[in-house]
Design a binder for this molecule. Structure first.
Ligand SMILES: [Zn+2]
Length: 158
């Protein structure tokens, strides 16, 4: 059986990239599902850092902790705030202050394995939202928790 570079065994749709791309396509048509977009992107890149940019990983790790601490509504509010700030005063840039209390990305990653991965997500009639948005959200939270836990096991950040 094929293995993903995050250490997970491929599922019926393939490796995590296949699951990720299918989620990105589905959420474009489903505003309720799109609420977890930022979480999906952060989890995917923190589980597969070679697909992203190393300099963004620390910020993504802090976003993930912010989400687990404060919930999805707080994530959506902070992103709106940041986008508005960035649009109105381009020099102001993103307001990173809300993310500063969170742990920096530990060195020595990525972790060899995560407790759960994208290619373990159930997929059925209705796509990834086969049993409703609340259940989908719970699965995104479980993925985020597994990602935070594996990175934090590497040790404190620098
Ligand atoms: Zn993977």
């Amino acid at each position: 059986m094929a293995q993903c570079d995050c250490g997970a065994t491929a599922g019926p749709l393939g490796v995590c990239a296949d699951y990720y791309n299918t989620i990105l396509a589905e959420e474009q048509l489903d505003p309720e599902m799109y609420r977890w977009h930022a979480v999906v992107v952060c989890v995917y890149l923190l589980q597969h850092p070679s697909r992203g940019h190393e300099r963004h990983l620390d910020g993504q790790f802090r976003w993930l902790q912010f989400y687990l601490d404060r919930g999805i509504d707080a994530v959506l509010r902070l992103r709106e705030h940041q986008v508005a700030r960035n649009n109105h005063r381009s020099r102001a840039g993103y307001d990173m202050a809300p993310l500063e209390p969170y742990a920096p990305l530990p060195a020595g990653g990525p972790p060899a394995r995560f407790r759960t991965s994208f290619c373990e997500l159930p997929y059925g009639d209705g796509g990834f939202v086969l049993d409703g948005h609340a259940a989908y959200g719970e699965r995104m939270r479980a993925l985020a928790e597994a990602t935070e836990e594996a990175w934090k096991r590497l040790g404190p950040g620098s």
